[in-house]
Design a protein around this ligand. Structure first.
Ligand SMILES: *Cc1c(COP(=O)(O)O)cnc(C)c1O
Length: 409
């Protein structure tokens, strides 16, 4: 089954369950059973079934099944947001006293989460760049997780997933990969060795900015040493499903960060058109990056699809010649950046990515406003930088829009 077919027909579940073409939305809290004995069996896990939507739900499960299939994982758990997915994915592996090593050019919300983890005794060390050596340097015998994004947002650095997975596994550490900006259309990190993949499905998977959601995908790559990961040990009897079983039956249940069935439905219909959208988005982004490079008002353009990017070779190999939707430009000063943003006619000023419409944001004064200048620069955020997330408009219109806005500075 090829990619676009798998979006529509991959692991859609047993047909006898329903006659509707789309997955029905089960908007209910709980599920009823004829006998007390039956519910007892479902509750204890002896019989499959749904109990309460905080733990599982048929609409949510349909979404999870399809994502797991696309990512070539063994199972998935959906969460209320991308942040919830990242928090749960990691807290399922670490406890107070443990450490993580993270890429530094990561999404601001995730950086902030890792800082918050310190309040719970979990320390994150940030690698200076995306080279394997800079991750290795910070590994200690307390390190339980290495965390990377497939393309750092907004630094747009590209780590070598396979090499970092090898490094993690040499040290008996789990690699958690946030693939929000690439989606399975560009890369399937599990095939490159990732143990766990997370997405903010609010972005490209949903595709039209209609709801918040997240998902965690577990793989069979994970070779849990139960003595190093005592949290999972209790779930040992589930074999390769131990990680996901604990995630659902402990963290998801206790923290309550479940996705709404309605949002799972919106994400599922978004998922079905992921391929055609990502194809067009990647083409548009590359054309826009090339056009902006020619504009005299633009000081620099950062996009892994430009040959001068230091990540061009790796991105080309790892992502099959596609480079995603996000690029950044620098325009000299913060005032210039604001002027360009305010002058755009189509591109929308909003702190989001992965929408049908082209989005721009001034990261330094918004998502990264709480960070020091040093922290911002470590994350690839500068005062004169605009982040652009290209949408599905005709690219000629997007290019013209930026050109007229740049004329104003
Ligand atoms: C948006 C985003 C998140 C957080 O997701 P939410 O759904 O907004 O909670 C995490 N990682 C990346 C790369 C993102 O772009």
């Amino acid at each position: 089954m090829r990619f676009n077919t798998s979006l529509i027909h991959g692991n859609v579940g047993p047909k006898e369950e329903r006659s509707s073409t789309n997955i029905p939305i089960y908007l209910c809290n709980s599920f009823q059973y004829e006998t007390a004995h039956e519910l007892e069996e479902v509750f204890s896990g002896k019989k499959p079934g749904f109990v309460y939507t905080r733990i599982n739900n048929p609409t949510v499960e349909a979404f999870e099944r399809r994502i797991a299939f696309l990512e070539e994982g063994i199972a998935a758990v959906a969460a209320s947001s991308g942040m919830a997915a990242i928090a749960l994915a990691i807290l399922n592996l670490v406890k107070s006293g443990d450490e993580m090593v993270s890429a530094s050019g990561i999404f601001g919300g995730t950086y902030s989460l890792f800082k918050s983890f310190e309040n719970f005794g979990i320390k994150t060390r940030f690698a200076e760049d995306s080279s394997v050596e800079s991750f290795e340097k910070y590994i200690t015998d307390k390190t339980k997780v290495i965390f990377i994004e497939t393309i750092g947002n907004p630094k747009l650095d590209v780590p070598n997933i396979r090499q970092i997975a090898d490094l993690a596994h040499e040290h008996g550490i789990a690699l958690v990969v946030d693939s929000t900006v690439t989606t399975p259309y560009l890369v399937k990190p599990i095939k490159l060795g990732a143990d766990v993949v997370v997405h903010s499905t609010s972005k490209f998977i949903n595709g039209s900015g209609s709801c918040i959601g997240g998902v965690i995908v577990a793989s069979s790559n994970m070779k849990i040493d139960y003595d190093r990961y005592p949290l999972i040990k209790e779930y040992k009897k589930y074999g390769e499903f131990a990680y996901i079983a604990r995630l659902r039956n402990n963290l998801l249940k206790d923290f309550g960060a479940c996705i709404s069935p309605f949002n799972a439905f919106l994400n599922t219909i978004g998922l079905e058109t992921l391929g055609v959208r990502m194809q067009k988005i990647c083409e548009n982004a590359l054309s826009l990056a090339k056009a902006l490079k020619e504009n005299k008002k633009v000081v620099s353009v950062n996009y892994p699809g430009l040959e001068e990017s230091i990540y061009y070779q790796l991105a080309t190999e790892q992502f099959g010649g596609k480079y995603g939707a996000i690029l950044t430009i620098r325009v000299g000063t913060k005032e210039n950046a604001f002027k360009v943003i305010d002058s755009l006619r189509y591109a929308v000023n909003s702190t989001n990515i992965g929408d049908v419409r082209t989005l721009v944001v001034h990261p330094a004064s918004t998502i990264y406003v709480g960070f020091s200048v040093e922290e911002k620069e470590a994350m690839g955020v500068y005062e004169d930088m605009i982040r652009i997330c290209v949408g599905l408009e005709d690219v000629e219109d997007i290019i013209e829009d930026f050109y007229q806005a740049l004329e104003k500075i």
